[in-house]
Design a protein around this ligand. Structure first.
Ligand code: FAD
Length: 422
């Protein structure tokens, strides 16, 4: 891009940073350089806190391919008709303009840990002193027989935010009267333990209003799932006779799909379906594997600072990490990011490092104003992030409590997205 004097004069230092080569900028200032890969719940948060708290002492570069990040959190509420897709989209302008983060919209395609450089798809190389990876998840190849990423338009996973969620909603809305929706649920561990079951609730909610004779079948390789008693109570109360959950005891793990024929075969029994949500087994986002910090699936980390067991200068946050007891959630990733930012800043500038403390709450909506939650606090031990204490909504709660729980989740969504991007 050619800059004339008028544009240069009217361009803030932060915006200039996002136009400059980060290597030149960092070398010019002689500051420590942190490269963050992935601008989601973990990455956006760690970039912001590093830049904000170091007050310009650290050069922070955030690499993220998409210009608008669509949250997976609340994407089920979009499926249920409680949110618009635009409510879920967030951009990176404030991170650049307010905190001086060098936001680079590109894919990281390689990491050389010996020379401490990240290669981008566009060809540039970013040197780092510390690197933080928060790339989220990818799917395990061949995890569901008959399904591959090439079939994700016929049978969407909708487990990464944005267009996949819109596609799944369109397919649910296009189901014929009395049609069948199928979900293939994932094995543990996976992103957002209550996510598939909140999704079932939200699909049931729209079908009840638009297509009340439709059926939902869930093939599940697990014999139990997060907030199971709460969801099953809610399905019986709100969507009686609609949801058929087939756990591992009944062959739910013995499943194959045919995306061309639109069939799902569970324990030998083939069913023709009208919409099918396949959520395969997961592993860390591929760049973590390319960086050589995974065990083949997830990246083992030290609980005190989220540094990897493989390399003390490489940190992994959020879903991609294998950290112990925390569920893979946006709340967890955000919580881990703050611990990591504090530790990285301490390591690079000598600032005070506080003992690691973490927390998480996962809210789910079952029907209008019927919200439930599960959560816990955690501490760092030598082995892992270890649960300290927890709580969960009770079955049979009154409607005022459930409504208050839902309203709390609205407050959380506004809070976490402001914390990540504001
Ligand atoms: C249906 C559903 C509902 C959910 N509901 C909740 C909820 O209510 N509460 C909650 O706390 N959590 C919820 N989650 C989970 C939450 O979305 C994730 O746990 C959280 O986003 C994880 O944060 P992350 O930083 O690890 O990954 P992400 O937020 O997915 O961010 C990863 C980012 O990395 C980028 N990236 C990947 N590879 C590269 C690369 N090579 N180069 C550059 N960038 C890259 C991606 O584009 C992406 O923006 C839900 C998830 C789903 C699917």
């Amino acid at each position: 891009m050619k800059l004339n004097r008028r544009i240069f004069m009217g361009t803030s230092a932060a915006a200039m940073a996002s136009l400059s080569s980060p290597a030149v900028l960092a070398d010019g200032h002689g500051k420590p350089r942190v490269v963050v890969i992935g601008g989601g719940a973990g990455g956006a948060t760690v970039a912001k806190y590093l830049a904000k708290d170091s007050k310009g002492e650290i050069d922070v570069t955030l690499v993220e391919p998409t210009r608008t990040y669509f949250t997976c959190f609340f994407s089920n509420l979009y499926l249920g008709g409680f949110k618009d897709i635009d409510d879920l989209g967030h951009t990176y302008g404030t991170l650049a303009a307010k905190y001086g983060i060098n936001v680079v919209h590109d894919w990281a395609v390689d990491v050389d840990r010996d020379s401490k450089t990240v290669t981008l798809a566009g060809g540039s190389k970013l040197p780092y002193d510390k690197m933080v990876l928060s790339p989220g998840i990818d799917f395990v190849d061949g995890a569901v027989e008959g399904w591959s990423v090439a079939a994700q338009n016929a049978m969407p996973h909708a487990y990464k935010g944005g267009s996949q969620t819109e596609l799944l909603k369109a397919q649910v809305m296009a189901m014929p009267e009395g049609g069948t929706f199928a979900m293939v649920a994932p094995p543990n561990p996976y992103r957002c333990p209550p996510g598939p079951y909140e999704r079932i609730s939200m699909v049931a909610h729209v079908l009840k209003a638009n297509n009340p004779t439709a059926k939902i079948i869930v093939a599940d390789p697990k014999d139990k799932f997060s907030k199971q008693a709460l969801f099953q109570e809610g399905w019986a109360n709100h969507y009686a006779g609609m949801v058929d959950w087939i756990g591992s005891d009944f062959g739910g793990g013995n499943v194959s799909v045919d995306p061309n024929a639109m069939t799902v075969t569970i324990d030998g029994e083939e069913t023709k379906v009208d919409a099918c949500n396949v959520i395969p087994a997961m592993k860390a986002g591929r760049i973590a594997e390319l960086a050589g910090v995974t065990d083949g699936n997830w990246a083992p980390v030290n609980a005190a600072d989220m540094s990897t067991k493989a390399d003390a200068d490489v940190y992994v946050l959020g879903d991609a990490s294998q950290q112990g007891d925390m569920p893979k959630s946006g709340f967890s990733a955000n919580s881990q990011a703050k611990v990591c930012a504090n530790a990285v800043r301490g390591a690079l500038t000598g600032s005070k490092v506080f003992p690691a403390k973490f927390s998480n709450t996962c809210w789910s909506l079952i029907d209008t104003d019927d919200g439930v939650k599960v959560g816990a606090t955690y501490e760092a031990t030598d082995e892992k992030i270890a649960k300290v204490d927890g709580f969960i909504s009770a079955t049979g709660e009154d409607s005022a409590t459930r409504k208050a729980t839902y309203e709390e989740s609205e407050g959380w969504y506004a809070g976490i997205t402001a914390d990540m991007f504001g």
